[in-house]
Write a protein that binds this ligand. Sequence first.
Ligand code: NAD
Ligand code: UD1
Length: 312
Amino acid sequence: MYTLVTGGAGFIGSHLVKALINSNRKVVVLDDLSMGNVENLPKSENVTFIEGDLGNKTTVQELFKTYDFEKVFHLGAVASVAASVENPLKTHQTNLEGSLYLLEEAKKNKNLKRFVFASSAAVYGDEPTLPKTENSPIQPLTPYAIDKFASERYALSYYQLYGTPTAAVRFFNVYGINQNPSSPYSGVISILTDRLLSNKKGIEKTFTVFGDGEQTRDFVYVDDVVKALLLVSESEDALGRVFNVGTGQPVKLIDMINIYKKLSGVNLPLAFEKQREGDIRESYADINALRSIDFEPSYTLEEGLNVYWKHE
Ligand code: NAD
Ligand code: UD1
């Protein structure tokens, strides 16, 4: 029996693949390498890499004909909100149509034990209720968030309608090793790491803070995200439900920057620019639902940043 990880060559997916391999699973990765990199994958005979587009129905059908999947983690997506705003149609083909192709095949597979869909805190938009519980108002503001919410609902409705064993997770701000810092819309911690590394090498760079730095986020270390994904894929209580994945702790952007500067020991000049259009002021997760299936984050922000920095 195999485990499928779509988007497995990407940031979060590759960490998940490593964890699955370490617990002796046979893993199939479907990734079109639009963002991912095969170098992220562990070198193991238990990993089969398939370069392909999950937004192509035939590719997905062939995949399920070839392998008998026990678990599916659907992480493959156009993960950039900016890209979704630039090209809603292309994003939709991957982020919604692709999800439906996978769900249709999952529905037919009687051996399937769990299908976990990776959604996003972006579904909450800038609605001000805090902390975000899974029942907080939904206000998806971008093509990315709209397709995430729709896919999430499809996944959960497949459980209600057809008994397909689905669950969904809403990731907050994930950070860690292998996160790509190359776009201005990359996660803030990956950009910060990149700037700290440059300065450490003597290439002087500035880090730009958008706004006053007082905005809060729930930064969750990637290993904790993998832990949450595995729990959601195993717990009977997770069936048909959606779970926030964060730490439950809000951190001010400026505090995170100062903690990171201090632990790296690198001097990094800051420049302040006006707040980003549509930037959310405060965001953090209520993780009681995840706690109810025995999740507790293992990493404080300091610990996560420390592991990340030491690796770089
Ligand atoms: P990522 O870009 O590193 O990973 C996504 C992977 O999907 C990439 O390897 C990419 O090549 C692949 N992919 C894209 N389009 C594809 C297609 N048509 N067919 C096959 N593969 C395709 O991003 P990530 O940060 O690892 O995100 C993983 C998942 O988690 C995504 O669904 C993303 O939307 C979601 N998410 C991430 C965060 C975060 O903070 N990183 C927050 C919320 C939600
Ligand atoms: C995150 C998601 C985004 C989603 C949003 C909705 C990521 C990378 N982005 O955005 O897709 O729509 O949640 O909840 O996961 N910042 C700087 N300097 C920089 C980069 C960022 O000051 O160089 C600031 C941003 O303005 C923001 C904060 O840092 O206030 C965090 O930024 P970012 O990592 O991009 O995440 P979100 O804005 O939370």
